[in-house]
Design a protein around this ligand. Structure first.
Ligand code: ADP
Length: 373
């Protein structure tokens, strides 16, 4: 079947409107001849762009300059251009802009501009760069401490048994810190490798998992004279998920409450609420809390509250970042709130998943053993 010219054009427009990239066609005076839907969305246009000057449409001098350069030189140009949140209601955006003359003789009059939203890629690269810089910084400190003590031992301290013993103890502490940072970094990088989702789904009792973690932390709980309550008592909270990561989630959150509070007599509450298709889990304490100014950043990698940055408090600043990623990989969310001295709460919402279906797939199912990944 042959299509009429108008039909053809209609189909072409529908196809171009379906593209995520913005596509503009301008003539040699810089007047817009065509703009697809993505252009209207990117620049939040309320008026029809066709017939207007490109600068009026994009309201960005760098994009305008790039298009003008292509019109004048008849050569392709590409640049990464940032639109700030001040320029767009929907927030900041990084565009990869490419302008080219049409092929053949039409290239004297018509120019095509492709605008690709590269915000995600640029932000991911920035996060990677920051991660490497922060990780190197965090590893460098304990490493140079270890090296310093090795020098001291070589300079004679090794002959003095008691001193050597003390130095070795300090070196061990910093070696352990390096090991913990590396382990946490590996966990995070597993979450970030798009190729594999690190969560293996099977059915287990979420509350049982929390109770196991509390048991593991018993020595610290006793040492700090902390009271921990888990409610409701003895109720199974079956979920389809990866127990290995839930173990880490509970461990990091409960250990944080314990280690951030030096004074004895802390109260920690862990509650489970069955909300039908999801669980609401709240882990709260009545300790020193998190200042309001720090709250928006605590899930970021390597972020530690300055005020708590005491040498006595061990930590990598990666714990909450693992918590957030692990919960999100189960389709859930986590939010933190804090009124220092009163209540610091981490509230998790997580879908149960298709527990029935997963159980039917595992007829011989026993409680899923805890296995290291
Ligand atoms: P860290 O390894 O330092 O514990 P996290 O990512 O687990 O790193 O936590 C980030 C920061 O959030 C901690 O350094 C601490 O200052 C703060 N924080 C987390 N949980 C609590 C809590 N329950 N009470 C007070 N501060 C907390």
């Amino acid at each position: 079947m042959t299509l009429l010219f108008e039909e053809n054009q209609g189909i072409l427009e529908i196809m171009l409107d379906g593209l995520a990239d913005g596509i503009l066609v301008v003539d040699s005076s810089g007047s817009v001849l065509f703009a697809n839907k993505a252009v209207k969305d990117l620049f939040e246009l309320s008026r029809e762009p066709v017939g207007r000057d490109i600068l009026e449409v994009v309201r960005n001098h760098r994009i305008h300059k790039l298009v003008r350069e292509t019109i004048d030189s008849k050569q392709p140009t590409t640049e990464e251009i940032e639109l700030t949140s001040g320029q767009r209601e929907a927030g900041h955006l990084v565009l990869s802009v490419n302008a080219e003359p049409f092929p053949g003789p039409l290239g004297d009059q018509y120019f095509r501009v492709i605008l690709r939203d590269d915000t995600q890629r640029v932000e991911t690269e920035q996060v990677r760069r920051d991660f490497v810089a922060n990780a190197s910084h965090e590893l460098r400190t304990p490493l140079s401490i270890i090296n310093g003590y090795i020098e001291n031992l070589r300079d004679g301290a090794v002959e003095e048994k008691e001193l050597a013993h003390r130095f070795l103890g300090i070196m061990k502490k910093h070696g352990d810190r390096i090991a913990r940072i590396v382990e946490d970094m590996l966990t995070i990088s597993k979450f970030e490798s798009a190729a594999q989702d690190p969560t293996k789904a099977s059915v287990f009792d979420l509350q049982g998992c929390a109770l196991d973690v509390v048991e593991r932390l018993d020595p610290l709980i006793e040492e700090k004279q902390t009271s921990i309550t888990v409610t409701p008592k003895d109720s199974a909270s079956l979920i389809c998920g990866d127990r290995f990561y839930w173990d880490q989630i509970f461990f990091n959150l409960i250990e944080n409450a314990l280690k951030q509070n030096i004074r004895p007599g802390l109260n920690v509450k862990i509650s489970f609420e069955d909300q039908g298709t999801q669980f609401r889990i709240c882990i709260s304490d009545d300790g020193v809390g998190i200042p309001m100014a720090d709250l928006p950043f605590i899930f970021k990698r390597f972020y530690r509250v300055e005020k708590h940055h005491s040498k006595e408090i061990k930590g990598t600043g990666l714990g909450l970042s693992i918590v957030k990623r692990a919960i999100e990989s189960h389709g859930g969310t986590v939010e933190a709130s804090s009124t220092p001295g009163k209540e610091t709460a981490f509230v998790i919402h997580v879908p149960k998943g298709d527990v029935e279906e997963a159980i039917s797939r595992e007829p011989e199912r026993k409680e899923q053993p805890f296995e290291a990944h």
